[in-house]
Design a protein around this ligand. Structure first.
Ligand code: S3P
Length: 173
């Protein structure tokens, strides 16, 4: 089975949707950020603070290379993974890229409810920061194979839509 790779901005539900989708497909689920944290023995916020964003991006690219060698998995990526062209090329080669989207205010609400784990939103006006980053990143996210809006929907509904659009007979189309 081709991999299903969830991409998109933070707070769009990649991890929760990915976990449920993998359960439905009875296949392994890989959360790139969680893998990076496990390997580094520290949180993403700590990696950013202690080693800088560039070090985090190197770890992220390394994880992308690792998962690009696997098959039959559902992957949740971090919101910045599509900014690196080499990441996009590798991910496209090994899977179908599904971009989850949400309105800025929904993103903000979801991100803030999870505490100070999003270093990129540590700004005087997180709302403006979200809007600015969304605008900057739109061309990168548009490289995904399809986009699914998550704002007013439950995790189950989003999983259903992904299944309906790209899964056929238990395998991604
Ligand atoms: C980032 C998003 C985060 C995490 C890191 C950088 C980004 O992942 O990878 O803080 O650049 O948008 P989530 O999208 O899971 O929050």
């Amino acid at each position: 089975m081709k991999n299903i790779i969830l991409v998109g901005f933070m707070g769009t539900g990649k991890s929760v949707v990915g976990r449920m989708l993998a359960e439905r497909l009875k296949c392994p689920f890989v959360d790139l950020d969680a893998e990076i944290e496990k390997e580094a023995g520290r949180s993403i916020a700590q990696i950013f603070a202690e080693q800088g964003e560039a070090a985090f991006r190197r770890r992220e690219a390394e994880k992308v290379r690792e998962i690009s060698k696997r098959q039959g998995i559902v992957v949740a990526t971090g919101g910045g993974v599509m900014l690196d062209e080499a990441n996009v090329r590798l991910l496209k080669r090994c899977g179908t890229l599904v971009c989850l989207t949400a309105r800025p205010e929904v993103i903000l609400e979801r991100a803030l409810s999870r505490g100070p784990s999003r270093p990129l939103l540590d700004a005087p006006s997180p709302k403006e920061r979200v809007e600015e980053l969304l605008k900057l990143r739109a061309p990168f996210y548009s490289k995904a194979d399809l986009a699914i809006e998550t704002s007013d929907r439950t995790v189950e509904e989003v999983v259903e839509e992904i299944m309906a659009k790209i899964v056929e007979g238990g395998n991604p189309k």
